[in-house]
Design a protein around this ligand. Structure first.
Ligand SMILES: Cc1cc2nc3c(=O)[nH]c(=O)nc-3n(C[C@H](O)[C@H](O)[C@H](O)COP(=O)(O)OP(=O)(O)OC[C@H]3O[C@@H](n4cnc5c(N)ncnc54)[C@H](O)[C@@H]3O)c2cc1C
Length: 409
């Protein structure tokens, strides 16, 4: 029987392993550290639960109110798409330690073989792949497979073994803070994004609610990563009233790739999730994309197991991927460039969040993972609103000094 090796048993790799087992393929899941918890805000669109039949018991909180806060503007609005429904219009908040474990264990129940070991080297030949991994006792083992899915994240050893370049990275730094019940009530169904040089010079900072704590974090792009700790301190200072009395329970930091790779597939190897650079630039969202790319790569490999060449895998995985999602990646990369980089952009962005049509379009694309062009009347209205806001904010910023305020507690 043909065998597929999946390297990395986090969301992307474990989803791929589930699909491979559903398709009847022998599957080996290699994970460096089974106790590893991926640093993550854990915001997931409910679509992921429907697509991969995940139980709602994995959801800590359903966020139904979104906050966007720039240095001068506070916008609070419901998580509502063009067809609002309580069944689908929320952001699911999960803890990765539970979420990833569930998907991984389900793959094992379906028959995937789980090995704890760190991939060291990969030899790709005309008849198959030989992978060398080191176990916890630093003994080296070899494993043979017909194809490999590289699901080993931002520092991918699989990509390195293929001789691929390191992707440009941002860093995300997060603290989990357990709050007294009366303060937790404020975050019950609310998630907030903060914009500003003091908390994130080129991305955003966030507070996401979890089961009994909030995750407060910051993102910093290339060249700014050395300031990450200070930016997080600034965020906590800004939110001192909402976080007062909180107990810090965990610090987490990790890199996020900021650009997709030119190719997702190579001879006998497909890269998915962070290893392929499939994080969205504006939001740093990567969970759904790791799962979806894992699903699609697994199906592409199953289709071409007799000859999993780069040409075949690109036809079956890269092309359908970019056909479906290129507009989303393109649009969100553009949004990042025009929204987060200086106070003028941030003020325009935050104020545009009050626009009901902008909210609808944002949640249509986030919740359904599709960018549907709005009717031209709506596009014209948004363009006019953006233009007038941009001009007004430009004059306002020339004549006033920054007045950093946080409201809403
Ligand atoms: C602080 C932070 C907050 C974030 N918040 C969100 C959010 O709210 N929502 C969202 O959608 N995304 C978020 N992201 C992004 C998201 O975490 C990633 O995009 C997602 O985890 C990618 O999944 P993956 O399966 O591709 O890789 P990863 O989750 O990075 O998993 C890679 C796996 O491979 C294993 N591995 C690595 N090297 C080897 C090796 N040599 N051999 C064997 N195994 C190996 C690792 O141990 C790990 O289990 C956040 C990221 C960060 C850093």
């Amino acid at each position: 029987m043909s065998r597929v090796l999946v390297v990395g048993a986090s969301v992307g790799g474990s989803t791929a392993a589930n699909v491979l087992r559903d398709l009847g393929l022998e599957t080996v899941l290699l994970e460096r550290d089974l106790n590893y918890v991926k640093p993550c805000g854990g915001a997931v669109p409910p679509l992921a639960f429907r697509e991969w039949h995940l139980p709602e018991s994995l959801i800590d909180r359903k966020v139904t109110v979104a906050v966007v806060c720039s240095p001068r503007h506070y916008s609070e609005f419901p998580v509502a798409s063009s067809h609002p429904s309580p069944e689908t219009d929320y952001i699911a908040m999960v803890r990765r330690e539970r979420f990833d474990r569930y998907i991984r264990e389900r793959a094992v129940e379906k028959g995937a073989e789980l090995i704890e070991g760190k991939l060291e080297r990969l030899e790709v030949g005309p008849r198959g792949v030989r992978a060398y991994y080191e176990d916890k006792r630093q003994r080296t083992h070899a494993i043979e497979a017909d194809a490999v899915i590289g699901a080993d994240g931002a520092y991918s050893a699989v990509a390195r073994a293929l001789g691929l370049e390191r992707l440009p990275m941002a860093v995300a730094y997060q603290e989990r803070i357990r709050l007294p019940e009366h303060l937790m009530a404020h975050w019950e169904t609310r998630a907030a994004l903060y914009l500003g040089d003091d908390v994130s010079p080129d991305l955003y900072a966030w507070v996401f609610p979890k089961y009994d704590h909030v995750a407060a974090g910051i993102g910093a792009g290339a060249g700014k990563t050395q300031h990450a700790r200070q930016l997080l301190q600034n965020l906590k200072h800004k939110l001192r009233d909402q976080l007062a009395g909180g107990v810090s329970v965990k610090f987490e930091a990790h890199h996020l790739p900021m650009h997709p790779r030119k190719h997702l597939s190579y001879d006998r190897v497909a890269l998915i999730g962070d290893a392929a650079g499939l994080v969205q630039q504006t939001s740093g969202e990567g969970i759904y994309w790791a799962m979806k790319s894992g699903d699609m790569a697994a199906r592409a490999i199953a289709k071409h197991l007799d000859a999993p060449t780069a040409v075949h895998l690109r036809q079956a995985y890269d092309r359908p991927w970019w056909r479906a999602y290129r507009p989303t990646y393109w649009f969100l990369a553009l949004l990042q460039r025009i929204s987060y980089n200086n106070d003028w952009q941030r003020e325009v962005f935050a104020e545009m969040c009050d626009d009901r049509d902008v909210q609808r379009l944002t949640f249509d694309s986030y919740l359904n993972k599709r960018i549907e062009p709005a009717p031209w009347t709506v596009q014209m209205k948004i363009a006019g609103h953006w233009l007038s806001t941009a001009v007004r904010k430009w004059f306002e910023l020339r004549h006033t000094s920054a007045d950093v305020q946080v409201q809403g507690a």
